[in-house]
Design a protein around this ligand. Sequence first.
Ligand SMILES: Cc1cc2nc3c(=O)[nH]c(=O)nc-3n(C[C@H](O)[C@H](O)[C@H](O)COP(=O)(O)O)c2cc1C
Length: 234
Amino acid sequence: MKKHIAWLLGMILVFCLAACTSSPAGNTSTAENVSANSSAGEESSIAEESSATEESSAATESSVEETSSETAAEDRVLVVFFSATGNTEAAAQYIAELTGGDLFELEPVEPYTDADLDWTDSGSRVVYEHENPEEQAVELEATTVDDWDSYSTVYIGYPIWWGQAAWPVNAFIEVNDFTGKTVIPFCTSSSSGLGQSGELLAEMAGTGDWQEGVRFSSNVSEEDVQSWLESLGE
Ligand SMILES: Cc1cc2nc3c(=O)[nH]c(=O)nc-3n(C[C@H](O)[C@H](O)[C@H](O)COP(=O)(O)O)c2cc1C
């Protein structure tokens, strides 16, 4: 009987020892949860990071596009001209073709007829306007250029009338702001040079980096324009 009791007590002791030394099941599962949570947290933070990286990369791409379109815009060339009989228009077209520029024609609301342009007739419109400078404020169909701010170089073309820039260009020069633009005058004439026409227009404008400019003959050719542009480094 004593042997049985001793065996029973021994078994109870062994059982108690075994129970005390084993890891709690709850702790194990908690550790697994932490590990799972940590893994899920990492995944979610990676996902967030990856999405943030994609957004930041998209933002970088978009800013590059904006910058390059701004750069492209800043390089734009505009060729503004008035031409009564087509000679200056031809020069303007050559400049636009050779520089990849846009054309903007200055058109008087009341166009000049051949009779109007007859400087040998003392009663003609040009003679009247020449003798009455206050009449030289010729109204134009348009003086506002779309995307004006996007042009960094502006060529201004006109015929020479009585040794000066034909006055229909004045209405355009007076109302536009040339700040930050390189402005290059060009003219056509029978024999007169550019004279002071460019300087007088620069004074009238009051803004812009005005260059010396050039005079072409009335029958200007593409080669004339090309060699002049080459001399400017265009
Ligand atoms: C009213 C008038 C005045 C002109 N005065 C001059 C002048 O002073 N000197 C000159 O060389 N040519 C003069 N010309 C000729 C023009 O400058 C020349 O024919 C020019 O190429 C015309 O350009 P457009 O065809 O673009 O109008 C004059 C022409 C006109 C109609």
